[in-house]
Every structure is written in structure tokens, then in C-alpha cells.
Design a protein around this ligand. Structure first.
Ligand SMILES: O=C(CO)[C@@H](O)[C@H](O)[C@H](O)[C@H](O)COP(=O)(O)O
Length: 223
């Protein structure tokens, strides 16, 4: 299962990149708009910091413009994944870029039919927006389950990446439902390691170990 952080914040990326389990960084126009630098510079900096895939989402309107925008970004990324918004133009651009051997992701996926089209267009990944589906009163988990099942039945190679995830539990659900990848805000990523019982257990072990060593020391002094 691949793990990505969904951010363009360089401090967060630096800290996450220190962990060997990180597979890369995903971005979108909203995430990049929070930075005060031109997108190409931000993406190039992220690429320097990360030993993994860097995802860039095009924001042009036509397939031709999406392809040009993608190729410009690909020039500054070692392992690029180009995100294309679901729709006719996005699908055509996905097909063309995939044929050129560039990894693509169809994003803004809210239905199984969209996921099928993305796979047929050659997308390497599809991003169903789990949290946003849940927000509308439908089940994002059910959507993931159905897409994973259809991909297995049809033997599509496209990987499902759970996006718009809101908590640790979402990551566990994605793993259980068969999503091949997840992307999450830094806050969730850094929280995955922690559990209060782990902290209590570690403190207890450290305390007992210290007492044990002190006891051995005092015995050797007495002896
Ligand atoms: O689609 C991908 C990556 O495949 C993500 O970057 C995706 O854009 C983001 O996870 C979502 O836009 C975040 O959604 P939300 O938390 O704002 O609802």
C-alpha cells in the first residue's frame, strides 16, 4: 500500500520525508495556492525534498492545454504523476499522456462509472474523494469497495488511491477495502504512529529497565 501526504507545505514535507515509509507527495490547485511562490518552483522544491513520486494537478481547460501544462511540470519532477480532473478533456489528456509513458491520475472521482472510464483511459491511479462523498450523506467507503471490486473483476491495473481522508480510521478502512494507496494531510500522517497505550507502555518499560540497572549496579558495588 502506498502512502502519500497531501500538502505543499515544505516544513511538513521535510518532516514526513525523513520517514522511509513515505511514497511521495500529492498536491492540488487549492493546496498549491496556499504557497507564495509560482507552482513550478514549489513543485521543483518538493521534488528535491522527496525520494518518491510528486503529483501535480493540471488546471487548464482543454486536453491540449492540459498536456502542455503537464509536460512543463514533468520537466522538473523525477517521478511525476499528473493529475487530471474527471471529464471528457481530462480523459483525453489522460489517454495521451499515459500512451507517452507518463503516470496519470484521474481525480475528482465520485462514481464507479467515472472510475471505469479512468481505467479505460489508461490512468495509473484514480482518486475517489471519500470524505466529500461522506459529506453528502452517501458512503465513501462503499464507493471504494465497488471500484476495487470492478477493477478486480475487469482486471484493470489502475490503482485506487483514497483521497479526501479525514482521520486515522479512514486509512485503516482504505487498507481493509483494498485501496492500493492513500493520501492524507500531514496531521493524519503524523498521528498514525501514536497511541496513548504505546506511550504508557514505553514509559513503564523505561522505568522498569532503569530500576533494574540501578539494582544491578548497587549489587555489584556491594559485592
Ligand atoms: O486527488 C488527490 C490525490 O490523488 C488529492 O490530492 C485530492 O485532491 C485531495 O485529497 C482532496 O482534494 C482533499 O479533499 P478535502 O480534504 O479538501 O475534502
Amino acid at each position: 500500500m502506498e502512502f502519500y501526504i497531501d500538502t505543499a507545505d515544505l516544513k511538513e514535507i521535510k518532516s514526513a520525508a525523513e520517514l522511509s515509509i513515505l511514497d511521495g507527495v500529492t498536491t492540488n490547485p487549492t493546496i498549491l495556492s496556499k504557497q507564495n511562490l509560482p507552482p513550478k518552483e514549489v513543485i521543483a522544491e518538493i521534488n528535491e525534498m522527496v525520494n518518491g513520486k510528486v503529483w501535480y494537478q493540471v488546471s487548464s481547460d482543454t486536453a491540449q492545454d492540459m498536456i502542455s501544462e503537464a509536460l512543463e511540470m514533468v520537466s522538473v519532477i523525477s517521478r511525476p504523476v499528473i493529475k487530471l480532473p474527471m471529464g471528457l478533456e481530462g480523459l483525453n489528456a489522460c489517454h495521451a499522456l499515459s500512451k507517452e509513458g507518463i503516470d496519470t491520475n484521474m481525480t475528482l472521482i465520485f462514481s464507479v462509472s467515472q472510475a471505469i472510464l479512468a481505467a479505460k483511459a489508461g490512468a495509473a491511479y484514480v482518486s475517489p474523494y471519500v470524505g466529500r462523498v461522506n459529506d453528502t450523506g452517501w458512503s465513501g467507503y462503499q464507493l471504494i469497495k465497488e471500484i476495487v471490486s470492478v477493477y478486480e473483476t475487469q482486471k484493470f491495473n489502475t490503482k485506487v488511491i483514497g483521497a479526501s481522508l479525514r482521520g486515522t480510521h479512514d486509512i485503516v478502512e482504505m487498507a481493509m477495502l483494498g485501496a492500493r494507496a492513500v493520501t492524507m494531510p500531514y496531521k493524519i500522517f503524523s498521528g498514525l504512529f501514536h497511541h496513548p497505550m504505546t506511550d504508557i507502555g514505553r514509559n513503564q518499560f523505561n522505568h522498569d529497565w532503569k530500576e533494574y540497572k540501578e539494582k544491578l549496579m548497587s549489587q555489584s558495588v556491594e559485592g
